[in-house]
Design a binder for this molecule. Structure first.
Ligand SMILES: Nc1ncnc2c1ncn2[C@@H]1O[C@H](COP(=O)(O)OP(=O)(O)O)[C@@H](O)[C@H]1O
Ligand SMILES: [Mg+2]
Length: 699
């Protein structure tokens, strides 16, 4: 039974016509009619209008298949008065090219539940893919579907996964609503545990992953310059190039410290800028001499996740840059099989030029334009089509577009995709979740219902979280706490203004004896018969007042020197005795304000480097170099392998007074608090080795 819908009337062109609906017609319905020369022709309803309940359908001619199987649009117009019918599935499949058995099964044609939409996997891989939509519209879900399909076909996949969304591919889908829909899509639940390999640079946050680090000795001078935000001039690039070649001569397995040593040997002021560059890379903590072998990342039938959850966004970009260029190089030499590389949040990794440059921009642009020649397919995913590199986007021959509402993003989509008629573009903000406009599956754009996933989806919103995920989240938070200090250092790198004032000075200049130290008015009891009420205290007699000021006396070891130090009771200051008076130890002496800022940072951080100081203080390299040399000479700091450590000679306050032991009435000390643990910690924070600590009183 063929559904009759109406008769062609009104103005007709070779591409369009209209009719008055006499049956049930919906927007984007496929219809067919007979053309004298071409035979049956497929058309689509683009737009409906209603005037006094008379429904007019504006339609577009899609075409017919010629003898060679090519889609053609008739060269003459359709005749007025021709009958219009609902198009049958077989006809739609044939004309739209959806009659293939093979391919990446994405879902079904919207409103045509028995027409499967499949993309030729070879085309997907050689001609790149973009998945575009606003947040929560289904990008990662659709990518998950594609990954499942490619895994079934044995195609190697590498996924750059900034949010750790894809590890759930390991487990079968257990979402009840989705399970119900599975029959409609002809799929069943399945987990891909044995096909997912997960790597992460941060295994504290991602404990299931294999640690990921990158090879430093394959970095060229040019790459180094690309990976750091620090501008490197021509001369410096030359120095770096030579330093790398020299380091390579000494040892093929060289690392950053060896490059630094070679830079040290250069006699040129230009080298100072390079130190910050090396330190920057060193501080990232992602380069190692034993990096992950890029060849092992690409395996038939496996998807390798590069889980970057918890990794600083700037570090993510560097990892992506290095990893992608290694993959591309290996692929060019056929050292790894052809693969599909998925980059989530791609607007961060290859931003449109007006939104800045990322270290990974260059290589992703390169893969987008050259990858197809070498069997490296790229799949970019973004919620901001306007912010991703236009050139990358326009190289993506397959585009899957979910709901997008931002007008700039819609504009970017319209200009990157050919073939999109205005009706379709206007409809992009209305696309429902689970539905997508697909360009590249057929000779013309299609709207499809994306199939449900066989495996569990990981990008769920919080309210849908299972208890298991919540428990995982807690574990992650716990793990995160323990690694917070490292993270803080990384974040501080971005502070460009002077945070010096904010930093707690461990050693202020002036002595401030606590306002109300546990000063105890007492009289020392002369030797009496033994009693429980009597205790021994150690007293240092200075001025023979009758007040006792509690302090801690520590035996410390600094380098090879052993001496005694006094610390105030609240464990915040080193004390000194000058002219028989108790004072705070003044370690600064007469340093310039600039030197003092430098000391502040070095002391408060415990360890730093010239690049960090340069970033934080905004002093010139020459100034910093001078200050560091000066402080090194004065033994306030030491520099080891580019790392700057505080080295104040605390032994200057070494304390060597006689201590008397006295018996006192214990009641007087009932409120005395024990802060010795903090005193010990305080000394250790100054890199002092405490061998003995006791409370004494100064009188
Ligand atoms: N094809 C689909 N079928 C069923 N649910 C879907 C589909 N696509 C998306 N969803 C739902 O929408 C949510 C958000 O999708 P997701 O892909 O994570 O969004 P994003 O675009 O931010 O990556 C998913 O958690 C899922 O519940
Ligand atoms: Mg997502």
């Amino acid at each position: 039974m063929v559904d009759f819908l109406g008769i062609v009337s009104g103005k007709i062109s070779t591409n369009s016509f209209s009719f008055t609906a006499q049956g049930k017609v919906k927007k984007f319905d496929y219809i067919k009619l007979y053309h004298e020369e071409a035979g049956f022709v497929l058309c689509q309803v683009n737009d409906l209008s209603n005037e006094n309940n008379v429904i007019t359908c504006n339609c577009e001619v899609i075409g017919y298949k010629d003898n060679e199987g090519l889609l053609k649009v008739p060269k003459t117009t359709i005749s007025s008065g021709i009958e219009i019918y609902k198009a049958d599935d077989e006809f739609i499949k044939k004309i739209l090219g959806l009659d293939k058995d093979e391919g990446v099964y994405l879902g079904v044609l919207d409103n045509y539940s028995s027409i499967k939409v499949k993309i030729d996997s070879k085309k997907l891989i050689t001609k790149h893919l973009a998945v575009l939509a606003k947040t929560g519209a289904g990008k990662s879900y659709t990518l998950g579907v594609i990954v499942e399909e490619l895994l079934e076909q044995g195609i190697p996949i590498v996924i750059i996964d900034p949010h750790g969304e894809y590890s759930s591919l390991k487990y079968p889908n257990d979402n009840l609503m989705e399970l119900e829909k599975m029959k409609d899509f002809d799929v069943s639940p399945k987990g891909y545990m044995d096909k997912i390999v997960e790597y992460s640079p941060d295994i504290t946050v991602n404990p299931e992953a294999i640690p990921l680090s990158i090879n430093i000795n394959s970095l060229s001078a040019h790459e180094i310059s690309m990976l750091t935000p620090i501008k490197i001039g021509g001369t410096q690039l030359g120095i770096l190039y030579n330093a790398i070649s020299e380091a390579k001569k000494d040892n093929l397995e060289y690392d950053l410290s060896e490059i630094r040593t070679k830079i040290d040997e250069v006699n040129s002021n230009a080298k100072y800028g390079l130190y910050s560059c090396i330190d920057f890379l060193d501080n990232l903590g992602i380069f190692s001499k034993n990096p992950v072998n890029v060849e092992s990342l690409v395996n038939h039938g496996k998807a390798t996740l590069i889980n970057l959850k918890g990794v600083d966004p700037e570090v993510q970009k560097i990892i992506v840059a290095k990893l992608c260029s290694d993959l591309f190089e290996k692929r060019k030499k056929s050292l790894i099989p052809p693969l599909f590389l998925i980059v989530e949040e791609a607007h961060n990794f290859c931003p449109e030029r007006s939104f800045g440059e990322s270290p990974s921009s260059y290589i992703l642009r390169n893969i987008a334009s050259e990858g197809r020649k070498f069997g490296l397919g790229l799949g970019v995913v973004t919620q901001r089509p306007a912010r991703i590199d236009k050139n990358v986007l326009s190289q993506c021959n397959t585009q899957i577009i979910h709901k997008v509402t931002n007008p700039n993003d819609i504009k970017a989509i319209a200009s990157s995709a050919e073939n999109l008629n205005i009706n379709v573009i206007n409809d992009i903000p209305n696309i429902a979740i689970g539905t997508a406009l697909i360009i590249g599956a057929s000779s013309r754009p299609l709207i499809a219902s994306i199939r449900v996933k066989k495996s569990l989806h990981g990008g769920k919103s919080v309210s849908f979280k299972t208890e298991l995920e919540d428990a995982d989240e807690k574990k992650i938070k716990l793990a995160r706490k323990t690694i917070e200090p490292v993270r803080q250092i990384k974040q501080e790198k971005q502070i460009k203004t002077e945070p010096v004032q904010e930093k707690k000075q461990i050693m202020p200049e002036k002595i401030i004896i606590p306002k109300e130290p546990a000063i105890i008015n007492e009289s020392v009891i002369s030797k009496k018969e033994e009693s429980k009420d009597i205790i021994n205290i150690d007293i240092i007699n200075l001025n023979n007042s009758n007040k006792l000021i509690p302090v801690y006396l520590a035996k410390v070891l600094q380098g090879t020197k052993e001496y005694s130090l006094l610390i105030n009771e609240t464990a915040t200051k080193i004390l000194n005795i000058k002219n028989n008076e108790l004072k705070e130890a003044e370690i600064y002496g007469n340093f310039s304000p600039k030197s003092k800022s430098v000391i502040d940072i070095i002391v408060s951080k415990g360890q730093t480097n010239i690049a960090y100081l340069f970033n934080v203080l905004n002093y010139s390299f020459q100034d910093l170099d001078y200050i560091i040399k000066d402080l090194t000479n004065k033994e306030v700091i030491t520099v080891i392998n580019g790392k700057i450590l505080p080295k104040y000679d605390y032994s200057l306050f070494g304390f060597n007074h006689p201590i008397e032991t006295n018996e006192v009435d214990s009641k007087i000390f009932s409120k005395d608090i024990d802060n010795s643990k903090n005193a010990k910690k305080f000394l250790e924070s100054l890199n002092l080795n405490v061998s003995n600590l006791k409370k004494v009183y100064i009188r």
